[in-house]
Design a protein around this ligand. Structure first.
Ligand SMILES: NC(=O)C1=CN([C@@H]2O[C@H](COP(=O)(O)OP(=O)(O)OC[C@H]3O[C@@H](n4cnc5c(N)ncnc54)[C@H](OP(=O)(O)O)[C@@H]3O)[C@@H](O)[C@H]2O)C=CC1
Ligand SMILES: Cc1cn([C@H]2C[C@H](O)[C@@H](COP(=O)(O)OP(=O)(O)O[C@H]3O[C@@H](C)C(=O)[C@@H](O)[C@H]3O)O2)c(=O)[nH]c1=O
Length: 295
C-alpha cells in the first residue's frame, strides 16, 4: 500500500490509457505524476532513474507503447524499442529503486489456434511484430522484476477518446455511412474505465504476475459494432461484415484472442461497458459536462 502522499507515476501520459489513468486517479483522489514522452522517454535509463528519484512514486504505470499493429510489420526496430526495451528499462529501475510496476500487454501475444478463450497459463505464440514485442516485454519485465503486475488486455473502447473501434462505428452510423467490420476475428473488448479501475485495485492490493483483464463477452468486430449501434438506437444495418482478409492489413490477427482469467471474471459485461460508453458520450456532449471528466 502506498504512503498517503507518495504519487503514482504514469508514463505515456498523453495516450489513451495514460489519459484514462490520470482521469481515474483524479476521480479516486489518488496523487499522480503524469509524464508524456517529452517528459520521460521510458527507454532512456538515465531519465527513468532521475524521474524515480525526483518523484519517489509508490508505483509506476507504464501506459506507453507502440500500438500501430500493421505499421509495426515494417517498423520492427521502433516497435520493439518502445514496447520491449522501454518496459525492460522501467522494470530494472523499479527493481533498483523500489516502486511497484504495472505494465500492459495484449491479446495479440496469442496465435488464435486455441478454440477456448485464453487464460494466463495458456501458451503464447504471437503472429506478428507487435505481438512478439509485447510477449518479449512480459518476459523481460518479469525477469527483472518478478513481482511486476503485467496486465494483458484487448480492444479498448471508451467515450474518453475518439480513436477506438466503437467510437468509429458510432460515428460512421451517425453520419449515415456504412462501416466495414471484420466478422471472422473474435475478441473480448475492454471498456477502458473498467480496465483502469481494476488494474489500480490490483496494484493497490500488491498483485503481481500476469493477469488477463477484459470485459466479459466474446464478439467478432462486426458483432461488437452491431451491438454498439443497437444500444445507441442506430441502424445496425450500417455495419458491413467483411472477412479480415478483405481489409488488406499488413499484420495477421489471431482468429480468436478472447481473454479469460484463472482469477475469474473481474470486469463487468461488454454490454455494460457499452451502455456506460454511451452515457459518458452524453455527459461529455452536454452543455455542462462534469468538470472532473473534462479535466
Ligand atoms: N489500444 C488497445 O486496444 C490496446 C492497447 N494495449 C496496450 O496499452 C498500452 C497503451 O495503449 P494506448 O493507450 O492505446 O496507446 P496510445 O498510442 O494511445 O498511447 C501510447 C503512448 O505512449 C507514448 N510512448 C510511446 N513510446 C514511448 C516512450 N518510449 N516513452 C514514453 N512514451 C512513449 C506515445 O507517445 P507519442 O504520442 O509521442 O508517440 C503515446 O502517447 C500499450 O502498451 C498497448 O500495447 C493493449 C491491448 C489493447
Ligand atoms: C477501423 C476498423 C477496424 N476494424 C478491425 C481491425 C482490427 O482488427 C480491429 C481494431 O482495429 P484497430 O486498428 O483498433 O486495432 P487492432 O490493431 O487490431 O486492435 C488492436 O490494437 C492493439 C494495440 C491491441 O493490443 C489489440 O488488443 C487490439 O485492440 O477492428 C474493422 O473491422 N473495421 C474498421 O473500420
Amino acid at each position: 500500500m502506498p504512503s498517503s502522499s507518495a504519487p503514482l507515476l504514469i508514463a505515456g501520459a498523453s495516450g489513451t490509457l495514460g489519459r484514462a489513468f490520470q482521469l481515474v486517479c483524479r476521480i479516486r483522489g489518488l496523487p499522480a505524476v503524469a509524464l508524456d514522452r517529452a517528459a520521460l522517454d521510458i527507454a532512456d535509463a538515465g531519465a527513468v532513474a532521475r524521474a524515480l528519484r525526483a518523484h519517489a512514486p509508490w508505483a509506476v504505470v507504464n501506459a506507453a507503447g507502440y500500438v500501430r499493429v500493421d505499421a509495426a510489420e515494417a517498423d520492427a526496430a521502433r516497435c520493439c524499442h518502445e514496447n520491449t526495451t522501454g518496459p525492460a528499462v522501467l522494470a530494472a529501475a523499479c527493481a533498483a529503486q523500489g516502486p511497484q510496476l504495472l505494465t500492459f500487454s495484449s491479446d495479440l501475444v496469442f496465435d488464435g489456434r486455441q478454440a477456448a478463450p485464453y487464460r494466463e497459463d495458456d501458451p503464447a505464440c504471437p503472429l506478428g511484430v507487435y505481438g512478439r514485442s509485447k510477449l518479449r516485454a512480459e518476459e523481460a519485465v518479469l525477469a527483472r522484476l518478478p513481482a511486476a503486475l503485467v496486465v494483458r488486455t484487448s480492444a479498448f473502447f471508451s467515450a474518453w477518446d475518439a480513436h477506438n473501434f466503437v467510437a468509429h462505428a458510432l460515428g460512421a452510423a451517425r453520419r449515415g455511412e456504412p462501416f466495414a467490420a471484420a466478422d471472422d476475428l473474435f475478441v473480448t473488448p475492454t471498456y477502458v474505465p473498467d480496465l483502469v479501475n481494476t488494474a489500480l485495485d490490483l496494484l493497490l492490493d500488491g498483485a503481481g504476475g500476469r493477469w488477463h483483464l477484459a470485459n466479459q463477452g466474446t464478439y467478432s468486430w462486426a458483432e461488437l459494432a452491431r451491438l454498439a449501434l443497437g444500444l445507441a438506437g442506430l441502424d445496425a444495418a450500417a455495419v458491413v461484415p467483411r472477412p479480415a482478409a478483405a481489409f488488406g492489413w499488413a499484420a495477421r490477427r489471431p482468429r480468436q484472442s478472447a481473454l479469460a482469467s484463472v482469477h475469474g471474471a473481474l470486469l463487468p459485461s461488454v454490454e455494460s461497458g457499452l451502455q456506460r460508453h454511451l452515457r459518458d458520450e452524453q455527459l461529455l456532449q452536454s452543455a455542462h459536462p462534469p468538470a472532473i471528466l473534462v479535466g
